[in-house]
Design a binder for this molecule. Structure first.
Ligand code: ZN
Length: 309
C-alpha cells in the first residue's frame, strides 16, 4: 500500500517511484485496489502478466494500468509525470514548461504538453454552490500591447484596448471557495446566469459599481457595492471586494511571474489551475499530491477528500 502521507518532499517522490514497475503498480493500486477490472468488458480479477500488463480472461485483451488516464500512450517514464504532478501542485506559483524541462530532463515542448495534460485535471466542479458573503468581480487579462513583440501587436490599438484583453469573471465566498472563468463580455446578460448557477439565493453579494450588477436584489440576493470610481474601497460592515481582488492579484503574479504569457485558447486551464491552488490552500503538499494522483487515474476529486472550510 502506498502511504501518500510520506510524500512531503520532491526527494520522497523520486525515491519512492524509483522504477517504472513501482509507478505502474501505484497506478493500478490507486484505481483498482487488489481487484483489477478489465476496462474493455468489466471483468474482475484480471491477472498480471510477466511484462507488467494485465490480461482479461473474458475478452482476452491485454491492457496497462495507464489505460484511460492522462498517462496513456506516453513514451516518458511515469516517474517524470509524477514529479510534474508534484511540482505543479506543491509550488504556489506553479511551474513553467522551461523549468519543468530542466527539472525532468525533457524538451520544453514535452514539458509544455505534460503541463497542459495535467491542467485538464483541474477542471472545475459545476456543482459548486457558494453561499454566505460572496465577493464578485471581473478583471481583464492580456493585451498589454507595449509588452508584445512587434509582429504580434494588434493594429489600431495604442497599447491598451479591450479588443485584445480577455475578461475573467470571479466569485469568492469569504473563507471558502472561488469560482472563476473566462467570459465573452461583462454585460449583465452574460454574468447574471453565471451568478445564479454558482451562488445560492439569499447570499450576500459584494461587488463594485459595475452596472451589470444592478438588479441582483431583484434576483433574490442581498447586494451591496463599493464605488471604486469614487475611490471608495471599504465601506462599514465589511462591504468590500478585497478577497476576490486578492485572488486576481495572485493569479496575475502566477501568469506574469511564472508563465509570462498565457494564450486565450488555454486561459481557462490556467484559471482552473489557480482555482485549484486557492481552493486547496489549507491542505498540505502530501494531501495535494495524493489528490492529484487520484485525479490522474480518474477516481476522486478534492471535494470528496476534504472540504475547504
Ligand atoms: Zn475484458
Amino acid at each position: 500500500m502506498i502511504n501518500f502521507g510520506e510524500f512531503k518532499s520532491l526527494i520522497s517522490v523520486i525515491n519512492h517511484f524509483h522504477d517504472e514497475g513501482v509507478c505502474k503498480d501505484a497506478l493500478a493500486e490507486a484505481r483498482w485496489g487488489d481487484d483489477v477490472v478489465c476496462p474493455h468488458c468489466g471483468q474482475h480479477h484480471c491477472a498480471k502478466r510477466k511484462d507488467g500488463r494485465y490480461r482479461c480472461n473474458n475478452c482476452k485483451h491485454n491492457f496497462s494500468a495507464t489505460i484511460g488516464t492522462i498517462f496513456e500512450n506516453t513514451n516518458l517514464p511515469l516517474k517524470k509525470w509524477f514529479i510534474a504532478l508534484y511540482l505543479i501542485s506543491s509550488h504556489k506559483k506553479g511551474v513553467s514548461s522551461h523549468q519543468l524541462a530542466r527539472d525532468c530532463e525533457v524538451t520544453q515542448k514535452t514539458a509544455w504538453y505534460m503541463l497542459h495534460k495535467i491542467r485538464t485535471l483541474f477542471a472545475q466542479d459545476d456543482a459548486v454552490a457558494l453561499d454566505g458573503e460572496v465577493e464578485i468581480d471581473e478583471m481583464y487579462l492580456g493585451g498589454r500591447e507595449t509588452n508584445k513583440h512587434e509582429s504580434k501587436k494588434t493594429e489600431g490599438t495604442q497599447g491598451r484596448s479591450t479588443k485584445t484583453k480577455t475578461p475573467i469573471f470571479g466569485m469568492v465566498q469569504r473563507n471558502g471557495k472561488v469560482v472563476a472563468m473566462k467570459v465573452e463580455d461583462t454585460k449583465a446578460k452574460t454574468l447574471m446566469p453565471i451568478i445564479k448557477q454558482f451562488v445560492r439565493e439569499n447570499a450576500h453579494l459584494l461587488t463594485d459599481e459595475l452596472s451589470s450588477y444592478q438588479g441582483l436584489n431583484r434576483e433574490g440576493y442581498n447586494h451591496d457595492y463599493v464605488s471604486h470610481g469614487q475611490k471608495e474601497f471599504v465601506r462599514p460592515n465589511g462591504i468590500h471586494t478585497n478577497s476576490v481582488e486578492g485572488f486576481w492579484a495572485h493569479f496575475k503574479r502566477v501568469v506574469f511571474g511564472t508563465y509570462h504569457f498565457v494564450s486565450k485558447t488555454y486561459l481557462q486551464r490556467y484559471i482552473d489551475e489557480q482555482l485549484y491552488r486557492w481552493n486547496t490552500r489549507k491542505a498540505n503538499t502530501a494531501v495535494r499530491f495524493s489528490d492529484m494522483f487520484a485525479k490522474s487515474v480518474g477516481i476522486v476529486r478534492y471535494n470528496d477528500v476534504k472540504m475547504v472550510a
